[in-house]
Design a protein around this ligand. Structure first.
Ligand code: AMP
Ligand code: GLY
Length: 422
């Protein structure tokens, strides 16, 4: 089989490494991929948002199955266009991808179907939003409606700060059209859990739970990033909570999307907060999380391609989805300065052992050398029978990766370990 994966980060690298385990897979093309992914797939210089070129490439190369990984092409209708061209795909169509692409849509969906989430109001008028804020108490959360590279969420500590955020989103358009509409919502507290799930629109099968570490520096200090590391499973997510989430969140969401004529197929990501009043949805993503995928897929024991095809064909209920009972830890190595400005172009040297379970996010190949080209450069993952060992092994592997200006957190999994110790 010939496969095509759209995207070019650590998540896509982890997906490709998992797909390669299937003996039927002859070749994988990655559009656009990156210098590190090139070790595992044929990278093609077609952008993740260039849907026309993706369709043309898929037809020319007789692609049997395509995985659309990032949010942008999903929201733009890559799955719709490829499917129409006869290429079966993993991922939701544009109508279903709106669950991530519009926070106003997802909040209204949760309200309509009584799915637990933070209380909120939606505004398309800046003055009305500010008048509403005068009735609120801080801290309060302001979110741009559309896609904003994970940066469209402001936790305001004062009402003034919240108003500033509303002005910069709605008037100064710091997130472009994504800020035409804002959601103002209640500030929730509690441990956060990421639950990725496979769904064919009828059946939903959660993957092993995970925990992201979004802040740039140790002890959750510094700026928000795309994610500096992950662990799985998330010790805060007990069996009882998982069962509750299935009944109050996962199944109701899948049924709600179907009832709205937006049947969701692919990976639906539930960003949850375990509040004192029970689990609530912080956000939905219409795709695999990054860097959650880098700890979740290494624990998958069943065949990824078979499961993905079952979500497309509507046969997930008859398909085995089995995860190991072990644990995984991914430590992201970034360029010093990320998520603000940083230098790039430094050579990356890895031991063979580290390279085997490293997922490359931001690197280019130049004259046979792998050079850093992004803020998040790569994620080093280790799996083990238990979480403390996985964490220790991941940091052990980090020792085998070198590049100038490398920066990483030293406490990935620290909070999880404390929870395990009780
Ligand atoms: P999001 O991009 O929606 O995942 O939001 C980014 C981060 O902001 C989340 O991972 C949470 O840590 C935080 N956050 C979002 N919404 C809320 C909320 N209502 N209360 C508290 N924290 C929130
Ligand atoms: N790690 C969070 C996300 O992928 O959006």
């Amino acid at each position: 089989m010939k496969l095509m994966v759209i995207g070019g980060g650590g998540r896509e690298h982890a997906i490709i490494k998992a797909l390669k385990k299937n003996k039927q897979v002859e070749e994988i093309f990655c559009l656009p991929g990156n210098g590190g992914i090139a070790a595992d797939a044929t990278c093609v210089n077609i952008g993740a948002k260039d849907i026309e070129a993706q369709v043309a490439f898929a037809k020319e190369h007789a692609i049997d199955y395509c995985v659309v990984a990032p949010d942008d092409p999903l929201a733009l209708g890559a799955v719709d266009a490829l499917t129409a061209a006869g290429v079966p795909c993993f991922g939701p169509d544009a109508k279903a991808a709106v669950i991530e692409a519009s926070k106003a849509f997802s909040k209204d969906l949760m309200k309509k179907y009584s799915i637990p989430t933070a209380a909120y109001e939606t505004f398309t008028d800046c003055a009305a939003a500010c008048r509403y804020l005068d009735t609120c108490t801080a801290p309060i959360v302001v979110k741009a409606d559309g896609l904003a590279l994970g940066k469209g969420v402001i936790i305001a500590q004062t009402i003034e700060e919240a108003k500033d955020a509303v002005h910069s989103m709605m008037e100064d358009k710091v997130f472009g059209a994504s800020g035409n509409c804002v959601v103002i919502e209640e500030f929730l507290t509690g441990p956060e859990v990421s639950v990725l799930s496979f769904t064919d629109g009828e059946t939903v099968i959660p993957m092993v739970s995970s925990m992201d570490h979004k802040r740039a520096m140790d002890n959750d200090e510094g700026l928000n990033t795309g994610g500096m590391g992950t662990i799985a499973p998330n010790p805060f997510y007990t069996k009882e909570i998982a069962e509750e989430c299935m009944q109050t969140i996962f199944l109701p969401t899948i049924r709600a999307m179907k009832a709205e004529g937006r049947q969701f197929k692919g990976c639906l990501y539930f960003g949850l907060m375990l509040t004192p009043k029970g689990p609530k949805v912080i956000e939905y993503n219409c795709r695999f999380g990054d860097p959650e995928t880098q700890v979740v897929l290494p624990l998958l024991e069943s065949d990824l391609l078979t499961i993905m095809q079952a979500t497309t064909n509507g046969t997930l209920a008859q398909t085995e989805v089995k995860f190991s009972t072990g644990a995984a830890c991914c430590v992201v190595m970034a360029s010093k300065g990320y998520p603000a400005s940083y230098e790039k172009g430094f050579e990356i040297i890895m031991t063979e052992e580290a390279a085997a379970t490293t997922y490359v996010a931001g690197a280019v190949l130049k004259e046979g050398k792998l050079l850093t080209s992004g803020g998040r450069v790569l994620g080093v993952t280790a799996t083990a029978a238990d979480l403390p060992t996985a964490i220790r092994n991941a940091y052990g592997l980090v020792e085998g990766v070198r590049f100038d200006n490398a920066y990483y957190r030293h406490d990935i999994g620290g909070r999880a370990l404390k929870a395990l110790e009780g």
